[in-house]
Write a protein that binds this ligand. Structure first.
Ligand code: SF4
Ligand code: SF4
Length: 379
């Protein structure tokens, strides 16, 4: 794909980032691969595939594209759309086993919360290497002998990504709001769209300023950041606004349904933008109503063998491995943890588990049963 088409695809798919964008699953040859060439596997979210293909330019290898229904790697893996089943299926049906003499496949690290390396190995004989979080790091990962450096493992939320997410929020909300407004208040569309874009950019660009408040563990942060689905706080806020609006009009004796609907709609959009949960858009959480966000990862030192699979898959770099002494530690405990469960799923010795604030233990088996069998359901 030439650079012009690549840029166009990046723009379109950033604007529509919240929606699945599938491309054809299957096997792609990159360069002139032979039987010893590396094999990479990713999901069929089109933007991801294009970015991986771009990162692999100049490398001879194979790229397997599993059917995640066009959803990106992390969302698909945590939602059951990119699972053991999908990986086994593409490994067995793509013909890759006849093309290479080895059985090693590199997967994106963020798939580790929905795919278990041990199961894939047992069922197919293929060994999973957890590649970097971002496709752009693939060339350095390869030259580093398929080893990740610390930055390659960590999910950051740098400015370019925050801008991407602001656009991904603002665009669909602007389109839907404009379509609703066209028949009633066409003159106000520009003002509302400007507010939507301004607020979206403000929320994401100022994220580093307020993120430390959102990462507090064990506290209910709530208030204006309540989860829209469960909290109901926004509806109360909205109702209060409509009440004041109506009261104000009635007191001056000039009540108008049109004026009331107009401002009710605009205020609803503003409240929605301010209160949408950042989960899935950022490595942190905005609301605190989900119990699993309060879980702590516990390391059982008796069972741990210090081999470091947990370190390889943790997107928050919570683990430190002393390979010479085969000792694993979690230097800052669970403070940075986002409860993705990847470390627990991948630990072959069941040395990690979740503990609830009340002290209940959630065993690795339970986590695996839940996380690996979501089949499209997040809850
Ligand atoms: S916790 Fe598990 S995966 Fe991590 S080093 Fe120990 S044994 Fe290995
Ligand atoms: S420590 Fe937390 S963030 Fe890291 S892999 Fe485990 S559950 Fe995920």
């Amino acid at each position: 794909m030439n650079i012009f088409n690549y840029i166009i695809i990046n723009i379109i798919e950033t604007l529509l980032r919240m929606f699945p964008f599938p491309c054809k699953p299957g096997l792609i040859k990159i360069g002139n691969p032979d039987q010893n060439s590396p094999v990479f596997l990713t999901c069929n979210f089109r933007l991801t595939v294009e970015r991986v293909k771009r990162a692999l330019r100049g490398i001879d290898g194979y790229l397997l594209i599993a059917n995640s229904r066009g959803i990106n790697v992390w969302c698909a893996a945590t939602g059951g759309h990119f699972s053991n089943h999908h990986v086994i299926s593409i490994l067995k049906t793509s013909g890759i086993e006849k093309l290479v003499a080895h059985r090693k496949v590199t997967l994106p690290q963020l798939a580790a919360s929905g795919i278990e390396a041990k199961t894939i190995k047992n069922k197919t004989g293929w060994e999973i290497i957890w590649g970097p979080v971002y496709a752009k790091d693939i060339p350095r990962f390869i030259t580093n002998n398929f080893q990740k450096t610390l930055p390659m493992r960590e999910v950051e939320f740098p400015l370019p990504q925050r801008i991407e997410m602001a656009v991904a929020w603002a665009f669909p909300i602007s389109v839907v709001s404009s379509l609703i407004m066209i028949p009633f208040w066409p003159k106000d569309i520009l003002s509302l769209v400007s507010i939507i874009w301004l607020l979206s950019f403000l929320i994401f660009i100022s994220f580093p300023i307020y993120q430390h408040l959102l990462s507090s563990k064990g506290k209910r942060i709530g208030f204006i950041f309540f989860d829209f689905g469960r909290g109901g706080f926004q509806f109360i806020l909205w109702a209060v606004f409509i009440f004041i609006l109506t009261f104000y009009q009635l007191s001056y004796g000039n009540f108008s349904w049109g004026f009331t609907f107009h401002w009710s709609f605009i205020s609803l959009i503003i409240i929605l933008i301010l209160s949408i949960d950042l989960m899935g858009s950022t490595p942190l959480y905005k609301s605190s109503l989900h119990e699993d966000r309060l879980l702590r990862v516990i390391l059982d030192r008796e069972k741990c063998k210090g081999i470091g699979f947990c370190e390889q898959v943790c997107p928050r770099n919570c683990f430190k491995i002393d390979k010479s002494r085969q000792i694993t530690t979690m230097p800052s405990g669970s403070v940075r943890c986002i409860q993705c469960g990847a470390c627990i799923i991948q630990c072959p010795f069941d040395a990690l588990y979740f503990e609830s604030p009340k002290g209940d233990i959630i065993s690795p088996d339970t986590i695996r049963k839940y996380k690996l069998n979501l089949v499209g359901k997040r809850v």
